[in-house]
Design a protein around this ligand. Structure first.
Ligand code: GTP
Ligand code: MG
Length: 136
């Protein structure tokens, strides 16, 4: 069955939302496979965000992801990639729909990068790639 990589970004961990976020994913019916708290490195983030290298938000994004611990998880279930991204809501937390993780817990703080609490893989190829990066 399908797997996805979920990251609770430093804003989510710092705001003590880890449990609330994981609870929503479990309540939706997806199963936790692996879970750990990680201090990301620049090297790891360079691999994770390789598609964004060179974009204006890339450097602020990496700095943000290095600003505190991250929680990395693998969740499993039929169509979990699409299902988690639906739970997460759209990228901009100000306009993400209420009822989603980003819509309920996030907003724009006027910083250089969007602090939007979570990451989820966007395809089976990126899930495979990202799971290898974060879980060796
Ligand atoms: P992830 O699940 O984190 O990958 O989010 P996403 O797939 O909704 O967004 P995307 O992969 O396009 O971008 C990765 C991250 O970069 C986002 O989650 C934001 O934190 C940040 N980001 C993306 N686009 C912008 C942007 O236009 N401006 C700013 N400031 N930050 C952005
Ligand atoms: Mg993405």
């Amino acid at each position: 069955t399908e797997r996805t990589l979920v990251l609770i970004k430093p804003d989510g961990v710092a705001r003590n939302l880890t449990g609330a976020i994981l609870a929503r994913i479990e309540a939706k019916g997806y199963s936790l496979v692996e879970l750990k708290k990680v201090d990301a490195t620049r090297e790891l983030l360079e691999q994770h965000y390789e598609e964004h290298v060179g974009k204006p938000f890339y450097e602020p994004l990496v700095e943000f992801m290095l600003s505190g611990p991250v929680v990395a998880a693998i969740f499993e279930g039929h169509r979990v990639i699409e299902g988690f991204r639906s739970l997460a809501g759209t990228t901009d937390p100000t306009t993400a729909a209420p009822g989603t993780i980003r819509g309920d817990f996030g907003r724009d703080w006027g910083l250089k990068v969007q602090q939007n609490l979570v990451h989820g893989s966007d395809s089976t190829d990126s899930a495979d790639r990202e799971i290898k990066i974060w879980f060796q």
